[in-house]
Design a protein around this ligand. Structure first.
Ligand SMILES: *Cc1c(COP(=O)(O)O)cnc(C)c1O
Length: 453
Protein backbone atom coordinates (compact mmCIF):
# COMPACT_ATOMS: atom_id res chain seq x y z
CA UNK A 1 0.00 0.00 0.00
CA UNK A 2 1.19 3.49 -0.83
CA UNK A 3 0.12 6.74 0.82
CA UNK A 4 -0.81 10.18 -0.48
CA UNK A 5 -1.73 13.51 1.04
CA UNK A 6 -5.29 14.84 1.23
CA UNK A 7 -3.95 18.11 -0.24
CA UNK A 8 -2.54 16.44 -3.34
CA UNK A 9 1.15 17.36 -2.85
CA UNK A 10 2.52 13.97 -1.74
CA UNK A 11 2.00 10.53 -3.33
CA UNK A 12 3.61 7.11 -3.60
CA UNK A 13 4.94 7.07 -0.03
CA UNK A 14 5.62 3.68 1.60
CA UNK A 15 4.13 2.81 4.98
CA UNK A 16 7.28 3.35 7.05
CA UNK A 17 7.89 6.74 5.44
CA UNK A 18 4.28 7.67 6.23
CA UNK A 19 4.83 6.53 9.83
CA UNK A 20 7.86 8.81 10.25
CA UNK A 21 6.41 11.76 8.31
CA UNK A 22 3.38 12.25 10.60
CA UNK A 23 1.78 15.36 9.11
CA UNK A 24 2.20 15.36 5.31
CA UNK A 25 4.91 17.73 4.11
CA UNK A 26 2.33 19.73 2.07
CA UNK A 27 0.35 20.46 5.24
CA UNK A 28 -2.29 17.79 4.54
CA UNK A 29 -2.91 14.41 6.15
CA UNK A 30 -1.74 11.08 4.78
CA UNK A 31 -4.33 8.56 3.55
CA UNK A 32 -3.93 5.20 1.75
CA UNK A 33 -4.03 5.34 -2.05
CA UNK A 34 -6.86 2.77 -2.03
CA UNK A 35 -9.12 1.13 0.55
CA UNK A 36 -8.89 -2.69 0.64
CA UNK A 37 -12.12 -4.72 0.52
CA UNK A 38 -12.72 -7.53 3.03
CA UNK A 39 -16.31 -8.43 2.11
CA UNK A 40 -15.41 -11.82 0.63
CA UNK A 41 -13.48 -12.82 3.78
CA UNK A 42 -15.90 -11.81 6.51
CA UNK A 43 -16.94 -15.36 7.45
CA UNK A 44 -13.31 -16.39 8.02
CA UNK A 45 -12.45 -13.20 9.88
CA UNK A 46 -15.29 -13.84 12.36
CA UNK A 47 -13.19 -16.61 13.90
CA UNK A 48 -10.09 -14.45 14.44
CA UNK A 49 -8.83 -13.35 17.84
CA UNK A 50 -8.21 -9.61 18.22
CA UNK A 51 -4.49 -10.04 17.59
CA UNK A 52 -5.07 -12.26 14.53
CA UNK A 53 -7.48 -9.71 13.09
CA UNK A 54 -4.99 -6.91 13.79
CA UNK A 55 -2.31 -8.87 11.93
CA UNK A 56 -4.64 -9.36 8.98
CA UNK A 57 -5.92 -5.78 8.73
CA UNK A 58 -2.64 -3.98 9.46
CA UNK A 59 -0.91 -6.32 7.01
CA UNK A 60 -3.17 -5.05 4.20
CA UNK A 61 -1.82 -1.52 4.71
CA UNK A 62 1.89 -2.30 5.23
CA UNK A 63 4.02 -3.54 2.37
CA UNK A 64 7.50 -2.61 3.54
CA UNK A 65 7.80 -4.70 6.74
CA UNK A 66 7.91 -8.46 6.21
CA UNK A 67 4.87 -10.38 7.50
CA UNK A 68 6.53 -12.45 10.29
CA UNK A 69 8.16 -9.30 11.70
CA UNK A 70 4.95 -7.28 11.50
CA UNK A 71 3.00 -10.09 13.18
CA UNK A 72 5.56 -10.24 15.98
CA UNK A 73 5.40 -6.47 16.56
CA UNK A 74 1.59 -6.62 16.74
CA UNK A 75 1.65 -9.54 19.19
CA UNK A 76 4.12 -7.66 21.40
CA UNK A 77 2.09 -4.45 21.27
CA UNK A 78 -1.02 -6.15 22.67
CA UNK A 79 0.77 -8.35 25.20
CA UNK A 80 0.78 -5.33 27.53
CA UNK A 81 -3.04 -5.34 27.82
CA UNK A 82 -4.57 -6.86 30.92
CA UNK A 83 -7.63 -8.31 29.16
CA UNK A 84 -7.24 -11.72 27.46
CA UNK A 85 -9.03 -10.50 24.31
CA UNK A 86 -7.50 -6.97 24.49
CA UNK A 87 -11.01 -5.50 24.10
CA UNK A 88 -13.61 -5.91 26.88
CA UNK A 89 -17.34 -6.39 26.24
CA UNK A 90 -20.09 -5.36 28.65
CA UNK A 91 -23.81 -5.55 27.80
CA UNK A 92 -26.24 -3.03 29.30
CA UNK A 93 -29.74 -3.62 27.86
CA UNK A 94 -29.61 -2.40 24.25
CA UNK A 95 -26.24 -0.67 24.56
CA UNK A 96 -23.10 -2.79 24.64
CA UNK A 97 -19.96 -1.10 25.94
CA UNK A 98 -16.81 -1.99 24.00
CA UNK A 99 -14.02 -1.44 26.53
CA UNK A 100 -10.80 -0.20 24.96
CA UNK A 101 -9.16 0.86 28.23
CA UNK A 102 -7.30 -2.32 29.22
CA UNK A 103 -3.88 -1.04 28.15
CA UNK A 104 -1.08 0.36 30.35
CA UNK A 105 -2.49 3.91 30.76
CA UNK A 106 -6.20 2.95 30.89
CA UNK A 107 -7.32 4.93 27.83
CA UNK A 108 -8.14 3.77 24.28
CA UNK A 109 -5.11 5.67 22.99
CA UNK A 110 -2.99 2.73 24.17
CA UNK A 111 -4.46 0.54 21.39
CA UNK A 112 -2.74 2.70 18.79
CA UNK A 113 0.26 4.00 20.74
CA UNK A 114 1.45 0.59 21.96
CA UNK A 115 1.65 -0.48 18.31
CA UNK A 116 3.22 2.82 17.24
CA UNK A 117 5.95 2.30 19.87
CA UNK A 118 6.77 -1.16 18.48
CA UNK A 119 6.80 0.14 14.90
CA UNK A 120 9.08 3.10 15.74
CA UNK A 121 11.52 0.86 17.58
CA UNK A 122 11.79 -1.60 14.68
CA UNK A 123 11.92 0.93 11.84
CA UNK A 124 14.43 3.25 13.53
CA UNK A 125 16.81 0.41 14.41
CA UNK A 126 16.63 -0.87 10.83
CA UNK A 127 17.40 2.55 9.39
CA UNK A 128 19.93 3.32 12.10
CA UNK A 129 18.04 6.54 12.75
CA UNK A 130 17.00 8.45 15.87
CA UNK A 131 13.72 10.24 16.53
CA UNK A 132 12.90 12.93 19.05
CA UNK A 133 9.17 12.86 19.60
CA UNK A 134 7.56 16.14 20.56
CA UNK A 135 3.97 16.12 21.76
CA UNK A 136 1.53 18.34 23.61
CA UNK A 137 -1.12 16.85 25.84
CA UNK A 138 -4.19 17.90 27.77
CA UNK A 139 -4.11 14.54 29.56
CA UNK A 140 -4.35 11.10 27.96
CA UNK A 141 -2.13 11.34 24.88
CA UNK A 142 1.02 12.16 26.84
CA UNK A 143 0.98 9.15 29.13
CA UNK A 144 -0.08 6.74 26.34
CA UNK A 145 2.68 8.01 24.04
CA UNK A 146 5.25 7.75 26.86
CA UNK A 147 4.11 4.20 27.66
CA UNK A 148 4.57 3.30 23.98
CA UNK A 149 8.25 4.32 23.72
CA UNK A 150 9.68 4.34 27.26
CA UNK A 151 13.08 2.70 27.51
CA UNK A 152 13.74 2.64 23.75
CA UNK A 153 17.29 3.30 22.52
CA UNK A 154 16.53 5.30 19.38
CA UNK A 155 13.75 7.52 20.71
CA UNK A 156 13.55 10.40 23.13
CA UNK A 157 10.10 11.73 23.96
CA UNK A 158 9.30 15.28 25.08
CA UNK A 159 5.78 15.97 26.30
CA UNK A 160 4.52 19.50 26.96
CA UNK A 161 1.58 19.84 29.32
CA UNK A 162 -0.09 22.86 30.95
CA UNK A 163 0.97 23.35 34.56
CA UNK A 164 -1.86 22.67 37.02
CA UNK A 165 -4.37 21.93 34.24
CA UNK A 166 -4.03 18.18 33.79
CA UNK A 167 -5.48 16.02 36.54
CA UNK A 168 -3.07 14.98 39.34
CA UNK A 169 -3.40 11.33 38.26
CA UNK A 170 -2.67 12.14 34.62
CA UNK A 171 0.41 14.09 35.69
CA UNK A 172 1.65 11.20 37.85
CA UNK A 173 1.17 8.78 34.93
CA UNK A 174 3.73 10.85 33.01
CA UNK A 175 6.16 12.17 35.60
CA UNK A 176 6.72 8.94 37.56
CA UNK A 177 8.08 7.10 34.50
CA UNK A 178 11.76 6.68 35.35
CA UNK A 179 13.22 5.82 31.93
CA UNK A 180 15.87 8.32 30.89
CA UNK A 181 14.44 8.80 27.36
CA UNK A 182 11.25 10.34 28.82
CA UNK A 183 11.14 14.12 29.34
CA UNK A 184 8.03 15.74 30.85
CA UNK A 185 7.83 19.51 30.54
CA UNK A 186 5.27 21.44 32.51
CA UNK A 187 4.56 24.72 30.76
CA UNK A 188 3.42 27.77 32.66
CA UNK A 189 0.39 28.34 30.40
CA UNK A 190 -2.66 26.67 28.85
CA UNK A 191 -3.03 23.59 26.64
CA UNK A 192 -3.41 25.96 23.68
CA UNK A 193 0.00 27.46 24.53
CA UNK A 194 1.54 23.96 24.57
CA UNK A 195 -0.06 23.05 21.25
CA UNK A 196 1.02 26.34 19.66
CA UNK A 197 4.62 25.89 20.83
CA UNK A 198 4.61 22.35 19.43
CA UNK A 199 3.19 23.45 16.06
CA UNK A 200 5.56 26.42 15.77
CA UNK A 201 8.51 24.16 16.55
CA UNK A 202 7.46 21.68 13.83
CA UNK A 203 6.94 24.45 11.30
CA UNK A 204 10.59 25.52 11.66
CA UNK A 205 11.60 22.92 9.04
CA UNK A 206 15.36 23.39 9.47
CA UNK A 207 15.06 22.91 13.21
CA UNK A 208 12.76 19.91 12.70
CA UNK A 209 15.29 18.23 10.47
CA UNK A 210 18.34 19.15 12.53
CA UNK A 211 16.83 17.71 15.71
CA UNK A 212 15.00 14.82 13.99
CA UNK A 213 11.60 15.66 15.41
CA UNK A 214 8.66 13.27 15.05
CA UNK A 215 4.99 13.38 16.00
CA UNK A 216 2.64 11.01 17.81
CA UNK A 217 -0.62 12.94 17.77
CA UNK A 218 -3.59 11.52 15.94
CA UNK A 219 -2.65 13.01 12.57
CA UNK A 220 -0.19 10.09 12.36
CA UNK A 221 -1.70 7.57 9.90
CA UNK A 222 -0.49 4.55 11.90
CA UNK A 223 -2.71 5.60 14.80
CA UNK A 224 -5.82 5.57 12.61
CA UNK A 225 -4.79 2.22 11.12
CA UNK A 226 -4.49 0.54 14.53
CA UNK A 227 -7.95 1.83 15.44
CA UNK A 228 -9.67 0.28 12.39
CA UNK A 229 -9.05 -3.13 13.96
CA UNK A 230 -11.41 -2.85 16.92
CA UNK A 231 -14.27 -1.63 14.75
CA UNK A 232 -13.86 -4.63 12.48
CA UNK A 233 -13.53 -6.95 15.46
CA UNK A 234 -16.58 -5.58 17.30
CA UNK A 235 -18.75 -5.48 14.16
CA UNK A 236 -18.09 -9.20 13.56
CA UNK A 237 -19.18 -10.09 17.10
CA UNK A 238 -22.74 -8.86 16.53
CA UNK A 239 -25.33 -10.84 14.56
CA UNK A 240 -26.61 -7.87 12.51
CA UNK A 241 -24.89 -4.79 11.07
CA UNK A 242 -23.45 -2.73 13.89
CA UNK A 243 -24.25 0.80 14.99
CA UNK A 244 -21.36 2.46 16.86
CA UNK A 245 -21.52 5.44 19.17
CA UNK A 246 -18.12 7.13 19.46
CA UNK A 247 -17.14 9.79 22.06
CA UNK A 248 -15.41 12.26 19.76
CA UNK A 249 -12.83 15.05 20.04
CA UNK A 250 -10.30 15.12 17.20
CA UNK A 251 -12.40 12.78 14.98
CA UNK A 252 -9.55 10.23 14.82
CA UNK A 253 -11.45 7.42 16.48
CA UNK A 254 -14.67 7.78 14.50
CA UNK A 255 -12.70 8.25 11.27
CA UNK A 256 -11.18 4.79 11.83
CA UNK A 257 -14.76 3.46 12.13
CA UNK A 258 -15.59 5.10 8.80
CA UNK A 259 -12.66 3.31 7.12
CA UNK A 260 -13.73 -0.02 8.66
CA UNK A 261 -17.16 0.53 7.10
CA UNK A 262 -15.61 1.42 3.73
CA UNK A 263 -13.55 -1.81 3.88
CA UNK A 264 -16.79 -3.77 4.06
CA UNK A 265 -17.14 -4.59 7.75
CA UNK A 266 -20.86 -4.80 8.65
CA UNK A 267 -21.46 -1.30 10.06
CA UNK A 268 -24.54 0.77 9.23
CA UNK A 269 -24.51 3.72 11.60
CA UNK A 270 -21.81 5.90 13.20
CA UNK A 271 -22.97 8.20 15.96
CA UNK A 272 -20.56 11.10 16.52
CA UNK A 273 -21.02 11.94 20.21
CA UNK A 274 -19.61 15.29 21.37
CA UNK A 275 -19.78 17.25 24.60
CA UNK A 276 -20.61 20.98 24.67
CA UNK A 277 -17.73 21.50 22.25
CA UNK A 278 -20.14 20.72 19.44
CA UNK A 279 -18.49 21.90 16.21
CA UNK A 280 -18.94 18.44 14.67
CA UNK A 281 -22.57 18.05 15.80
CA UNK A 282 -23.30 21.44 14.20
CA UNK A 283 -21.50 20.40 11.02
CA UNK A 284 -23.58 17.24 10.58
CA UNK A 285 -26.79 19.21 11.27
CA UNK A 286 -26.08 22.17 8.99
CA UNK A 287 -23.00 21.60 6.81
CA UNK A 288 -21.36 24.64 8.44
CA UNK A 289 -17.94 24.01 10.06
CA UNK A 290 -17.32 26.94 12.42
CA UNK A 291 -15.14 26.92 15.51
CA UNK A 292 -16.38 28.43 18.75
CA UNK A 293 -15.03 29.05 22.25
CA UNK A 294 -13.57 26.01 23.98
CA UNK A 295 -15.76 24.97 26.93
CA UNK A 296 -14.19 23.14 29.88
CA UNK A 297 -16.25 20.04 30.64
CA UNK A 298 -16.13 16.84 32.73
CA UNK A 299 -14.89 15.06 29.57
CA UNK A 300 -11.71 17.11 28.99
CA UNK A 301 -10.20 14.83 26.30
CA UNK A 302 -13.07 16.00 24.06
CA UNK A 303 -12.73 19.73 24.81
CA UNK A 304 -11.64 20.43 21.24
CA UNK A 305 -13.05 22.88 18.71
CA UNK A 306 -10.91 22.13 15.68
CA UNK A 307 -10.86 18.39 14.97
CA UNK A 308 -7.53 17.61 13.31
CA UNK A 309 -8.71 14.37 11.64
CA UNK A 310 -11.83 15.90 10.14
CA UNK A 311 -9.80 16.77 7.05
CA UNK A 312 -9.49 13.08 6.23
CA UNK A 313 -13.28 12.64 6.31
CA UNK A 314 -13.83 15.74 4.14
CA UNK A 315 -11.34 14.40 1.60
CA UNK A 316 -13.49 11.31 1.06
CA UNK A 317 -16.73 13.29 1.29
CA UNK A 318 -15.43 15.46 -1.58
CA UNK A 319 -14.76 12.34 -3.66
CA UNK A 320 -10.96 12.63 -3.10
CA UNK A 321 -10.98 16.07 -4.74
CA UNK A 322 -7.87 17.72 -3.21
CA UNK A 323 -8.55 21.04 -4.84
CA UNK A 324 -12.01 21.35 -3.31
CA UNK A 325 -10.57 20.28 0.04
CA UNK A 326 -7.80 22.90 -0.12
CA UNK A 327 -10.44 25.57 -0.77
CA UNK A 328 -12.49 24.47 2.23
CA UNK A 329 -9.44 24.32 4.53
CA UNK A 330 -8.10 27.69 3.44
CA UNK A 331 -11.52 29.32 4.02
CA UNK A 332 -11.53 27.77 7.47
CA UNK A 333 -7.96 28.86 8.24
CA UNK A 334 -8.69 32.42 7.13
CA UNK A 335 -12.07 32.98 8.79
CA UNK A 336 -12.65 30.19 11.33
CA UNK A 337 -15.57 28.91 9.27
CA UNK A 338 -16.28 27.03 6.04
CA UNK A 339 -19.39 25.32 4.76
CA UNK A 340 -20.98 22.88 2.34
CA UNK A 341 -24.03 25.12 1.85
CA UNK A 342 -26.34 22.40 3.23
CA UNK A 343 -26.23 19.50 5.69
CA UNK A 344 -23.95 16.71 4.40
CA UNK A 345 -25.71 13.91 2.55
CA UNK A 346 -25.00 10.81 4.60
CA UNK A 347 -27.07 7.96 5.90
CA UNK A 348 -24.05 6.56 7.75
CA UNK A 349 -23.26 9.42 10.16
CA UNK A 350 -25.44 10.98 12.83
CA UNK A 351 -24.19 13.43 15.45
CA UNK A 352 -25.38 14.90 18.73
CA UNK A 353 -23.95 17.08 21.50
CA UNK A 354 -24.49 15.92 25.09
CA UNK A 355 -24.21 18.47 27.88
CA UNK A 356 -22.72 18.03 31.33
CA UNK A 357 -26.06 17.48 33.09
CA UNK A 358 -26.98 14.68 30.67
CA UNK A 359 -23.50 13.14 31.00
CA UNK A 360 -23.63 12.97 34.78
CA UNK A 361 -27.26 11.73 34.68
CA UNK A 362 -26.31 8.81 32.42
CA UNK A 363 -23.41 7.87 34.69
CA UNK A 364 -25.76 7.88 37.68
CA UNK A 365 -28.48 5.90 35.88
CA UNK A 366 -26.18 3.20 34.48
CA UNK A 367 -24.51 2.78 37.85
CA UNK A 368 -27.90 2.48 39.61
CA UNK A 369 -29.45 0.06 37.13
CA UNK A 370 -26.46 -2.10 36.16
CA UNK A 371 -23.87 -1.50 38.88
CA UNK A 372 -21.47 -0.47 36.09
CA UNK A 373 -19.38 2.69 36.25
CA UNK A 374 -18.86 4.76 33.08
CA UNK A 375 -16.10 7.32 32.72
CA UNK A 376 -17.41 10.77 31.66
CA UNK A 377 -16.24 10.41 28.03
CA UNK A 378 -17.87 7.02 27.53
CA UNK A 379 -21.01 8.43 29.18
CA UNK A 380 -21.29 11.01 26.38
CA UNK A 381 -21.28 8.11 23.91
CA UNK A 382 -23.88 6.13 25.85
CA UNK A 383 -26.20 9.16 26.12
CA UNK A 384 -25.85 9.78 22.37
CA UNK A 385 -26.56 6.10 21.66
CA UNK A 386 -29.72 6.20 23.74
CA UNK A 387 -30.91 9.25 21.78
CA UNK A 388 -30.02 8.30 18.23
CA UNK A 389 -29.87 4.54 17.78
CA UNK A 390 -32.33 2.75 15.55
CA UNK A 391 -34.74 0.83 17.80
CA UNK A 392 -34.15 -2.89 18.30
CA UNK A 393 -30.74 -2.91 16.65
CA UNK A 394 -27.71 -3.38 18.90
CA UNK A 395 -25.61 -0.28 19.58
CA UNK A 396 -21.96 -0.61 20.44
CA UNK A 397 -20.60 2.25 22.49
CA UNK A 398 -16.85 2.77 22.49
CA UNK A 399 -15.51 3.08 26.06
CA UNK A 400 -12.51 5.38 25.76
CA UNK A 401 -11.21 5.49 29.35
CA UNK A 402 -11.35 3.56 32.62
CA UNK A 403 -13.50 5.43 35.17
CA UNK A 404 -10.66 5.50 37.71
CA UNK A 405 -8.83 8.04 35.51
CA UNK A 406 -11.59 10.58 36.18
CA UNK A 407 -12.48 10.04 39.85
CA UNK A 408 -13.92 13.53 40.48
CA UNK A 409 -16.59 13.34 37.78
CA UNK A 410 -17.42 9.74 38.70
CA UNK A 411 -17.71 10.67 42.35
CA UNK A 412 -19.91 13.65 41.56
CA UNK A 413 -22.28 11.48 39.51
CA UNK A 414 -22.37 8.26 41.49
CA UNK A 415 -20.98 8.88 45.00
CA UNK A 416 -18.53 6.04 44.43
CA UNK A 417 -14.75 6.36 44.23
CA UNK A 418 -13.42 4.24 41.36
CA UNK A 419 -9.90 2.84 41.73
CA UNK A 420 -7.42 0.84 39.69
CA UNK A 421 -4.30 -0.85 41.08
CA UNK A 422 -2.02 0.67 38.44
CA UNK A 423 -3.12 4.18 39.46
CA UNK A 424 -2.94 3.43 43.20
CA UNK A 425 0.65 2.29 42.67
CA UNK A 426 1.71 5.76 41.48
CA UNK A 427 1.23 7.61 44.74
CA UNK A 428 4.46 8.39 46.53
CA UNK A 429 6.71 7.52 43.57
CA UNK A 430 9.43 10.07 42.74
CA UNK A 431 8.48 12.50 39.96
CA UNK A 432 10.68 14.00 37.25
CA UNK A 433 9.71 17.09 35.30
CA UNK A 434 11.07 20.37 33.99
CA UNK A 435 9.17 23.63 34.36
CA UNK A 436 9.46 26.09 31.49
CA UNK A 437 7.86 29.38 30.54
CA UNK A 438 5.22 29.28 27.78
CA UNK A 439 7.68 30.67 25.30
CA UNK A 440 8.74 29.17 21.97
CA UNK A 441 12.44 30.02 22.10
CA UNK A 442 12.76 28.82 25.70
CA UNK A 443 11.29 25.44 24.75
CA UNK A 444 13.38 25.18 21.56
CA UNK A 445 16.59 25.97 23.46
CA UNK A 446 15.73 23.36 26.07
CA UNK A 447 15.03 20.69 23.41
CA UNK A 448 18.23 21.43 21.54
CA UNK A 449 20.28 21.12 24.73
CA UNK A 450 18.60 17.89 25.84
CA UNK A 451 18.80 16.26 22.41
CA UNK A 452 22.53 16.83 22.12
CA UNK A 453 23.26 15.86 25.72
C1 LIG B 1 -8.58 11.22 23.05
C2 LIG B 1 -9.83 10.84 23.77
C3 LIG B 1 -11.10 11.00 23.16
C4 LIG B 1 -11.29 11.63 21.78
O1 LIG B 1 -10.86 10.81 20.73
P1 LIG B 1 -10.63 11.43 19.25
O2 LIG B 1 -9.94 10.38 18.47
O3 LIG B 1 -9.78 12.67 19.47
O4 LIG B 1 -11.98 11.79 18.67
C5 LIG B 1 -12.22 10.56 23.87
N1 LIG B 1 -12.10 10.05 25.13
C6 LIG B 1 -10.90 9.90 25.74
C7 LIG B 1 -10.86 9.33 27.12
C8 LIG B 1 -9.73 10.29 25.09
O5 LIG B 1 -8.53 10.14 25.72
Amino acid sequence: MKYKSTRGGVAGLGFTDALLMGLASDGGLLVPESIPDVTSELEDLRHCSFVELAQHIVGMFVDDIDTPTLNRLITQAYSTFDHPEVVGWHELDKVTVVELFHGPTLAFKDVALQLLGQLFQYVLALRNQRLNILGATSGDTGSAAIAGVRGQDNVDIFILYPKGRVSPLQELQMTTVSDSNVHCIEVDGTFDDCQRIMKDTFSDLDYKEKYQLGAVNSVNWARVLAQIVYYGYASLKTPTAAQFSVPTGNFGNVFAAYLAQRMGFPINKLIVATNENDILARFFATGEYASGEVHQTVSPAMDIQVASNFERFLFYYFGEDSQRLRGFMSDFAATGRAGLGAAPETSLFAAVAIDQTQTLAVMRDINARFDYVLDPHTAVGVAAAQQLCVADEPVLCIATAHPAKFPDAVNQATDTMPTHPSLDALSGLPQRKRSLRADLSTVKRHLAKSVLA
